[in-house]
Design a protein around this ligand. Structure first.
Ligand code: ASP
Length: 316
């Protein structure tokens, strides 16, 4: 018997109690991670995941999510999904019902979600739309002669694409993708990641959250890891896989996350922004690292009534 534990990135606190409830009654790490993440995705005041997520440059909410199971290294993911509030469950369905594939994107992912019976919903809340228009820094008036059929935001995006890309600064306060890592009583590990991606991203852009090895990796021999923040750097550094390799080499979870972040930071990136990582080992050790001092992650065991916040290792 293993002592169950669940950890999550900033703003996972709303979901972790649902995850630990699953683990407490002997449920699987996959069920726990999905249950926790669904609550996060349904939290409208969280603007980086699910309903209420910030839109792409055209004002459309496009979601990425993935799950990976440690013993089999089975992986299921969706990218660029519109109109479905719980991409984590579609990712799980890819893992379980479509084992010949790992990742579905866009229209195909939406077709599959419909086949699975998931319900469509409007994901762009009034608040997220207001933040989008505010970020564009302009009003919503169409501009004459800039293309029939395009949205006002689309026309504006084309005019200001590079300026817009340089204005990707996150809001004040904890932001980014949500990671949930769970270890169950049977000793299984699962990593779940869900995001609305970088706000105002180019339509069709898929980030690290949907990619095995980048935003999510889980190998029961060594541990699981996940990233939040500047997804392109997690992709270029193969962040999550790198953390797991460092765990395999004998590093502790926080140390492995910090070493990966230092490596990612050494790469040239004109859009450099915060990247964070979290890791959980099969024997229940956990830790994280971040570039911003004072960053935390949340964790719960069956003995916790509510999530406890622990510091991430700061990477200067
Ligand atoms: N990692 C996410 C992405 O690049 C963004 C984030 O965590 O804020 O899509």
């Amino acid at each position: 018997m293993t002592d169950p534990v669940i950890i999550g990135s900033e703003r996972s606190e709303v979901g972790l109690p649902s995850g630990i409830a699953v683990l407490r009654r002997g449920g699987s790490a996959l069920d726990a991670a999905e249950a926790a993440m669904r609550v996060c995705e349904d939290n409208e005041s969280d603007h980086y995941v699910g309903t209420g997520g910030l839109p792409n440059a055209r004002g459309e909410v496009e979601l990425d999510a993935s799950v990976m199971v440690g013993s089999t290294r089975a992986f299921g993911a969706v990218g660029g999904v519109k109109g479905f509030p719980n991409p984590i469950s579609i990712a799980r369905a890819v893992l379980e019902r479509l084992p010949q594939h790992c990742l579905l994107v866009g229209e195909g992912a939406e077709l599959f979600a419909e086949e699975c019976g998931f319900t469509r919903a409007v994901l762009l809340t009034e608040e997220a739309r207001r933040l989008y228009l505010e970020a564009l820094g302009q009003d919503d008036e169409p501009v004459e002669g800039e293309g029939e059929g395009a949205t006002a935001g689309d026309r504006r995006y084309r005019r200001t694409a590079s300026a817009l890309m340089r204005r990707l600064a996150p809001h004040a306060g904890p932001w980014g993708t949500i990671n949930v890592l769970a270890l169950d009583a049977a000793g299984e590990l699962c990593v779940a990641v869900s995001t609305s991606g970088y706000p105002w991203k180019y339509p069709g852009r898929v980030g690290d959250s949907a990619l095995p090895g980048s935003g999510n990796y889980c190998d029961l021999r060594h541990g699981g890891a996940a990233c939040t923040g500047r997804g392109e750097m997690a992709m270029r550094a193969c962040g999550a896989r790198r953390v797991v390799d460092l765990l395999a080499s004998g590093m502790g979870p926080a140390e492995a996350c910090a070493a990966m972040l230092r490596d990612a930071r050494s790469l040239p990136d004109p859009f450099a922004a915060e990247l964070r990582a979290l890791a959980l080992t099969p024997d229940g050790r956990h830790g994280g690292a971040a570039g911003t001092p004072g960053s935390v992650y949340a964790f719960m065991t069956p003995d916790h009534a509510e999530p406890e916040l622990l510091p991430r290792e700061p990477v200067a």
